[in-house]
Design a protein around this ligand. Structure first.
Ligand code: V0V
Length: 175
């Protein structure tokens, strides 16, 4: 038997691989532990006025406007912002303004005021991740993914099943 190699973790130094040490717990989680989540794609902010929010993010915070579009189905006018270098896996900020009064963003602002509305994870295969989430008892909002920013495929998990966060999963358009 070989000696265990010390492993540094955020909670200290263990003499054993923490995944092995967790044993049965990791075995049970293994279907979800397959790196299907690529990175944080974006954080979505509900804003009452898109132009004003873009102005604040570009002129005061120094972020760059990368993309702007209207998504009628989702009831939003939106903008994506990134930092200077903006590597492929750097998270973006998504500004979401309501297109009309029945928009989910209008309802969110009426109830909570402007602020963080969603957290979006990028995934490699949205169908596989949707299956895994459903198998884990998470309710998804749509039977099939919808079209999101730039033609991506998007799906949402209900906040009641994710610890109070509206979780979006995004599969970008393949290039
Ligand atoms: C509602 N709740 C939230 C929430 N919205 N909790 C955390 N974050 C949010 N954003 C809570 C709310 O406080 C209630 O809890 C409960 O869920 C039910 O809320 P509700 O107000 O009765 O329900 P609705 O009618 O507002 O619907 C909520 C959902 C809706 C999540 C179903 O917002 C939705 O369909 N969202 C997905 C689509 C979306 O957000 N599109 C805009 C972004 P209590 O009070 O009962 O405890 S479009 C986009 O992201 C694009 C295009 C993209 O990324 O590409």
């Amino acid at each position: 038997m070989t000696n265990p190699v010390p492993v540094r973790t955020s909670w200290g130094v263990s003499s054993e691989d923490p995944l092995k040490a967790a044993g049965g717990v990791c075995d049970r989680l293994s279907p979800m532990n397959t790196d299907l989540f690529v990175c944080i794609d974006h954080v979505g902010l509900a804003v009452p006025n898109l132009d004003e929010a873009i102005k604040f993010h570009t002129e005061v915070l120094g972020w760059r406007l990368l993309h702007r579009e209207t998504n009628e189905e989702q009831g939003v006018e939106e903008a994506m912002l990134g930092t200077g270098a903006q590597g492929a896996e750097n998270a973006q900020i998504q500004l979401l303004a309501p297109l009309n009064e029945s928009s989910t963003i209008a309802k969110f602002i009426a109830k909570n005021g402007p602020g963080i509305q969603q957290l979006a994870y990028r995934v490699a295969d949205i169908d596989a991740v949707s299956d895994a989430l459903r198998a884990g008892g998470v309710r998804l909002l749509y039977p099939e993914p919808k079209i999101g920013t730039g033609g991506s495929r998007i799906q949402f998990a209900h906040p009641k099943d994710t610890g109070g966060i509206l979780l979006e999963i995004v599969e970008p358009v393949a290039h």
